[in-house]
Design a protein around this ligand. Structure first.
Ligand code: GAP
Length: 449
């Protein structure tokens, strides 16, 4: 199968659409922005929340043995000693001695590494180790006793709560604990919009298994996670697995596969699936002095579970969903339609409602229909401009359904329902709008290129 082509200009187009339509703004925009930090606007925060909700439902609600938690961002500093992050969570950094631009050493080409030359052709400084954790202090005194770190992964909040969850929930190995939350990394290079930022969100699930079954569950979760992206309507030829070689493996991982997506700037990691063995639990047991073994009371066996982790970036998924959904389509006579083909469950607005004209009581009828739809869907009322333009404005932000109210509505209580992807329009009774939207969402399949 040939690889889909990528459009390197797409990133620029997406960044500009995101700002123009209120998905994502530069952080502290009125002060000129802050490199690598972004704010999610009215549509962007909806999109992000919906992705999170979709993941949470998939990973907790649809399994009877996965529970959720929400741990604090700041944790006891010993957590990061035990986890190995203080010792190992660093990147090699080299600096262009002329421009002072900094590079991750592992992102340079083998030739640049061996000749110690920057991409601009200047000499590079000797590479130095750079720990990615943000350090701060709790309380008024900045001494070593008050040091805390902003968590660089949400996973550790799960491991330190393993015992609490086992003791308070009716979970039995194999079982999972899921969490969504902020993580922070002082990345040497941040670029490509929200792809790599210093503050981001992760959706992580840690699956605790018997050590003899780690391979089986690893394969299971690889398959499950690919299936999840299919459910999200992501183009399958833009997804692939990449196995970590020995020099790529994180300090905690025995085996790791990334799910990569073909971003506009090339194939890159979207999610990591890791076999973390009993590394984390054994280290926390050692550093805390607590017994973290699990008792299988049927077999009478006590053991330290292995962990299979699925770790997806929420903010990175937002970028992937935007890139995957974006399409420009010939609309005849030199006209181009911009459309975001979001899965209907992810679209920030599910249904737009328009009166064809404002006069003769049509607007009032349309407003009433929109208010009723609000109870079940995220809806939006728009009476400004030509109807074609109103459809296009909704296409551009990915609204999958639009309802138009006209004179006939007053006579027979029917409306026009228009579908974003096919642009097909059907006439249906007002009472059927909700069901047609639910049906369209249930049966949704991705169309377009
Ligand atoms: N707990 C394992 C872990 O954190 P990781 O591969 O370092 O593994 C998992 O990160 C996911 O988190 C990545 O696949 C990516 O989606 C997201 N992620 C990591 N660093 C990020 C950053 N600086 N900005 C945005 N997302 C990031």
């Amino acid at each position: 199968m040939s690889e889909p082509t990528i459009d390197p200009k797409l990133m620029e187009t997406i960044v500009s659409l995101c700002k123009r339509r209120g998905f994502i703004f530069p952080s502290s925009d009125i002060y000129g922005g802050l490199a690598s930090a972004w704010d999610y606007g009215p549509l962007g925060s909806e999109l992000k929340n919906r992705i999170q909700k979709f993941w949470w439902r998939e990973m907790t609600q649809l399994h009877d043995n996965i529970v959720g938690i929400d741990a604090a961002i700041m944790m006891h500093p010993k957590v990061w000693e035990a986890s190995g992050h203080i010792e190992n969570f660093d990147d090699l950094m080299a600096e262009d001695t002329v421009t002072n631009e900094r590079f991750r050493f592992d992102h340079l080409t083998p030739e640049q590494q061996s000749t110690m030359t920057s991409p601009a052709g200047n000499p590079l400084s000797a590479p130095r180790r750079f720990n990615l954790m943000f350090k701060t202090h709790v309380g008024a005194v900045e001494d070593s006793a008050s040091v805390v770190f902003l968590r660089p992964e949400t996973a550790q909040g799960i491991y330190v709560n393993f015992k609490n969850v086992v003791q308070t929930s009716r979970v039995k190995v194999p079982f999972g604990i899921a969490q969504v939350g902020k993580a922070f990394r002082n990345e040497i290079v941040t670029k490509n919009f929200i792809f790599r930022t210093v503050e981001f969100e992760q959706m992580e699930m840690q699956y605790f298994v018997h050590p003899s079954e780690d391979e089986k569950w690893f394969d299971y979760w690889m398959a499950q996670r690919m299936e999840y992206y299919a459910k999200l309507g992501i183009r399958p030829d833009c997804l692939r697995f990449h196995e970590h070689g020995p020099d790529e493996l994180a300090h905690y991982a025995k085996k790791a596969f990334d799910i990569e997506y073909l971003f506009p700037f090339g194939w890159n990691e979207l999610e990591g699936i890791h076999n973390r063995t009993d590394f984390d639990l054994s280290r926390h047991a050692e550093f805390s002095g607590k017994d973290l073994t699990y008792l299988d009371d049927v077999k009478g066996e006590r053991f330290l579970p292995y962990i299979v982790e699925t770790s997806a970036g929420l903010t990175r998924t937002v970028l992937m969903v935007l890139a995957d959904a974006y399409e420009e389509e010939e609309a005849g006579e030199g006209d181009v339609r911009t459309v975001l083909r979001f899965h209907p469950d992810l679209a920030p607005i599910t249904v737009g409602v328009f009166p064809l004209v404002k006069k003769d009581g049509i607007a009032e009828v349309a407003r009433k229909i929109e208010r009723e739809l609000r109870e079940d869907f995220s809806s939006f009322y728009d009476q400004g401009g030509a109807i074609g333009r109103r459809y296009r404005r909704q296409d551009e932000i990915g609204t999958p359904y639009c309802v138009t109210v006209d004179y006939q509505t007053k006579d027979d209580n029917t409306v026009t329902l228009r579908f974003r992807d096919s642009m097909e329009q059907i006439r249906i009774p007002v009472s059927q709008i909700g069901e047609r939207i639910r049906q369209g969402t249930r049966e949704y399949t991705r169309v377009g290129t």
